[in-house]
Design a protein around this ligand. Structure first.
Ligand code: SER
Length: 336
């Protein structure tokens, strides 16, 4: 079988690095990466080409490629986006729209649907207060779609744009023989935690930051209350979800956007795990009201039964396996 040509935007970010490594390990892909930053050491030699620069300027040049799959990961995360919401909108929405337009054009031109895989987020949810959040429990995809952040608005809108370009663009569905349209698929991720990289600018960052600080013997002040509970997932499961959704036969998909869940520890539970593993860890709480407000609006857990039913989703890591078999051994080895 010939190689599939893949574009990974935001390739130097956390998901990007893990995804490019997984694709290279599987083989059968010709990988083109794109990012503002130069390729990190971890990715050297893996992509055939790295396109460096602002996606708003580089997106046009992707018309010269024939991608089978686009993983559009580049984004400004939730906390960072609040510091300059309009700039975040440009990155998160305009960049996505340019790539969707390109993928729609290519799908029609070659009569072959380009797969457009999009990581959405629990940030698309917005619960009004903690009482409602606790009462809501596991939320379904169509519930509480009232984001409190620019990032959440951007992700929710880009999900809609993806559906628009894949089904209704130029109202092609009304043609008796419409051209092929792109194949848009999205997962709504919880906070992802990697043992090898740290997030920047997110609001779920307290989880990974606390563990990475403890492993390095650095003190850490957690910016949310101890009782804060949101969903998290091990990075390998995040990559597994992206690849499973990419490979799922289209006729099995009953929707374009899927929740994926794993486990939901409180910030205090993260602290206890860190202390068990690194008894000298110094972890305190210093609440940042704005960031607390963001996570308080995110659900405690997600209902991912659609992903389980349609494409066989199940995480490999529950909370115990996550700490004991993935995070702690790898983070210890990583920091020596
Ligand atoms: N982890 C992301 C953030 O905190 C949520 O998608 O912004």
């Amino acid at each position: 079988m010939s190689e599939r040509v893949v574009l990974v935007t935001g390739a130097c970010g956390e998901i990007g690095q893990a995804l490019v490594q997984a694709l290279a390990q599987r083989g059968g892909y010709r990988i083109v990466t794109a990012d503002l930053r130069p390729l990190p050491k971890t990715l050297e030699g893996l992509p055939q080409e790295h396109v460096r620069g602002n996606l708003l300027h580089t997106a046009k040049q992707f018309y010269d490629y024939d991608f089978d799959i686009i993983f559009h990961l580049a984004a400004s995360l939730s906390s960072k986006a609040e510091t300059d919401p309009e700039a975040a909108h440009r990155i998160n929405v305009e960049g996505t729209m340019m790539l969707l337009q390109m993928a729609a054009y290519k799908s029609a031109k070659y009569g072959k649907a380009v797969k457009f895989i999009f990581p959405s987020s629990i940030a698309v949810y917005g619960l009004p207060d903690v009482e409602t959040k606790t009462a809501a429990g596991r939320v379904r995809e169509e519930e509480w779609n009232d984001p409190h952040t620019m990032y959440g608005c951007n992700k929710l809108y880009c999900e809609k744009l993806g559906v628009y370009y894949s089904r209704f663009y130029q109202q092609r569905h009304l043609d008796p023989s419409p051209p092929v349209m792109l194949d848009f698929r999205a997962v709504r991720f919880p906070g992802l935690v990697s043992a090898f990289t740290l997030p920047t600018g997110g609001t779920s960052d307290y989880g990974p930051e606390m563990l990475h600080a403890a492993a390095q013997g650095k003190p850490y002040a957690c910016f949310v209350r101890p009782d804060t509970r949101i969903p998290f997932m091990a990075m390998p499961d995040g990559i597994k979800a992206l690849l499973m959704l990419t490979e799922a036969p289209r006729e099995q998909l009953t929707r374009a956007v899927y929740n994926v869940g794993a486990f939901s520890p409180t910030a205090e539970e993260f602290r206890q795990r860190a202390l068990q593993a690194f008894p000298a860890a110094e972890i305190t709480f210093r609440v940042n009201a704005r960031r607390q407000g963001i996570v308080d609006s995110w659900p405690e857990a997600v209902d991912d039964s659609a992903a389980r039913a349609d494409w066989g989703w199940a995480p490999d890591y529950d909370v115990d396996r996550f700490f004991d078999e993935y995070l702690l051994p790898n983070i210890r080895a990583f920091y020596g």
